[in-house]
Structure formats: structure tokens, C-alpha cells
Design a protein around this ligand. Sequence first.
Ligand code: AMP
Ligand code: MG
Length: 396
Amino acid sequence: MVDLLTVDDALARVLEHAAPLPSEPVSIDDALGRVLAEPARALVDLPPFPSSAMDGFAVRAVDTPGDLPVAFRVAAGAAPPGALPAGSAAGIATGGTVPDGADAVVPVEDVEDRGDTVVVPEAEGGQHVRPRGGDVRAGDVVVEDGIRVTAVRLGALAAAGVAGVSCARRPRVAILATGSELRSPGEQLEPGQIYESNRRMLAAALEGSGATTEVLPVVADDVSAHRAGLERALESDVVVTSGGVSMGPHDLVRRVAADLGVEEVFWGVAIKPGKPLAFGVRDSTLVFGLPGNPVSSLVGALVFVRTALLALQGARDPLPVYASGRLTSALRRNPRRDEFVRARSRWTDDGRLLEPVTGQESHMIVRASTADVLVHVPRGDGEVATGGTVRFLELG
Ligand code: AMP
Ligand code: MG
């Protein structure tokens, strides 16, 4: 393996091939985690009418202070019977419509409610009144295209009266693990065998990025099994294989994929773990050959496959999102490859501190599971010192 692509160059190559999928209408009940293909616009002004922020009395500020007759009372959900007559007050609940003429609300705890009249202190014009359209105006954009729907955005869409949105179709991902040594948890291990761990892990990591996943049966290290598995997998938008992309005699994925018409875009990335990652395309299907070591597979999925999935959904910012923190111990740089070091993070008054876990080899998935972040250590000479600032990804 001679020419290793940098992580950034490899990501750019992936993005060149990840055009957004066709869009479809989606009810907001199903929109969580989806990416909008078109901007969603408010159907109403929000609030739709001037509304009271407090339980209290609506008044004209110029009439205060004073002992004012109570003209009527307004509950939330009911229209006021008319405008507020000059020199009077109207009882009003939080969320009630402030009647025409009134320009302030005096909270109930500040008044003396005498039943027919109310004694109010001096009020300032506009106090405790939420103006119509103060949050958004009808026709304005609530959530822009290319943005993913989160809990707060679901709330915003519903509040603005949006019942349905347009989203790129969810990418369908087929997950295919290769390796004659692999057995499922629950089965008895014979000599030389290990438990298969990557399929569930990859499915979980990728479903979190808006994909639907199909987990295919494990294929043995022979050409016909690979061919059958890959043929099936290639019916999806994205194929993710694990194992069989190194230089060993049983590493068949690239060869069989090529036989099935997959054009390799690159093989080999300057990343640790996960160097022998392969990426190819067949028509619009993207094919990721992730190395079999579990941590390598997961890093490849989080850095590359997730980016592709977000791009296929039309996300504006599909690239991995890094945060920054400081190391609790020095980390030696790898001269040739960017490294993703498993670490535990904790918040302190000094910000987020990152403590690498023991056991950084790519087969050590249990050690990796004690971490919550992947610290990015750029390739180079020397080390990143204790206290040095680094970028990290959430491990997920
Ligand atoms: P490979 O990339 O096929 O050379 O595999 C590298 C290492 O990862 C070997 O020790 C494999 O046994 C192991 N491995 C490959 N696939 C899986 C898997 N799905 N689950 C757990 N370990 C795996
Ligand atoms: Mg293998």
C-alpha cells in the first residue's frame, strides 16, 4: 500500500460521489433525524395573535395606576368579546388574546382583585404582551433545507403549523461482514473462531445518521460466498462490508467487488486505525470496504460512512463535527497517519479534559467501549503534550 490518501482528501472523494437521494413527503411525526430537502415555512404568525405572558389583567398603560372596572375576562383558547373599553381592565390567562386597545398586562400577583374592579399599579406599555408574529411570521422559514430535524426543530415546526416536510429518502445501507472465523454470540466457539461484533455495531452507528440498515448473513472467506453476499448488498444505496480488505490471501472483498462492476475510487487512507479502507462506486451505489478489526470498522463508519449518509440526505454540513478539549497525558504522533485515540472525556472548570484509555489496539473493542470520544491526533513528529488542545469526535 503506497499512496495513502489523507483523511480530508478521502472525505472529499467520498463527497464527490454522494449526491442527494430523491425527496419524499414526510409527516412531522416521522421527521425526527431527517434532513429537509426544501425549507419549511411557517403557516401562521407565531404567536398568531398578541398574547398574554402572564395570568393577570390587560389594561391600557395610560389608565394606570388606578382602580379599574373589570370589563370581561379572557380564557386561553377563547377570543375576547371585543375591544377593551378605555378606563377598564380585562382578566386574562397566560396565552389569552390581549384585546384590541389593551397594550399591557399586569400580573395577578401585583393587583388587588375586588371582583367588579381591580386595583392596578402603574404599567409600562407592552409589558407582558407577546406581540403577534414575534417569534416568526407566516411564510418565513422555520427550518432551512439541508438541516436535520432535532427535538427543538420538531417543536418549532409544529408550533408554526407545519404538518409535513419534504426530506431526501433515507439511504438504505446493507451491512455485510466477511470472515470464516466469525460466529454469532450464543454459539459455541471452536478453536480459531471469534464472535462477530461488527454488524450490530455498524448498524447502530449508521441508523443514528438517518439510514435504514439491512444486516446480511456473515460470508465465509471464499469467492462464491462473497459474490452472493455482495450481489445482494449492491441492491442498496450504500454497501458497508467489514473485513477482507487487507493484503492477505483471504482478503477477497475488493477483487469480488471489482468483478461485480464496482469501480474503486480509493484504497488506503492515512488513518489509524483503519488504514486499508476501500471506497468504490457502482452506478449510484456507494461501497465502503471497512477493515475487520472492530475499532477500525467503527472509526471508518463514523468518519467516512456517516459523512456519506448525511450527504446522501442532502445535509449542508455532512463532514464529521469535531469539538475540542485538552489532553490529560501526552500522545505521540504517528509520522504517517492521523490517529483516532479512544479517550474518556470529563467536564471541569477548565473545559473538557480528555484521558486516553488503556488498550488502543484496533481489535480492543471492549477497551474502546470504556471511552466516549475519539481524539484526533494529526500525523507528524514528536507528541501532543499534556494539556495540549486537540479535536475530538463523539464515539457514539
Ligand atoms: P480482516 O480485516 O478480515 O483481515 O480482519 C482483521 C481482524 O478483525 C481479524 O482478527 C478478524 O478476525 C477480525 N474481524 C473481522 N471481521 C470481524 C467481525 N465482523 N467481528 C469481529 N471481528 C472481526
Ligand atoms: Mg477476514
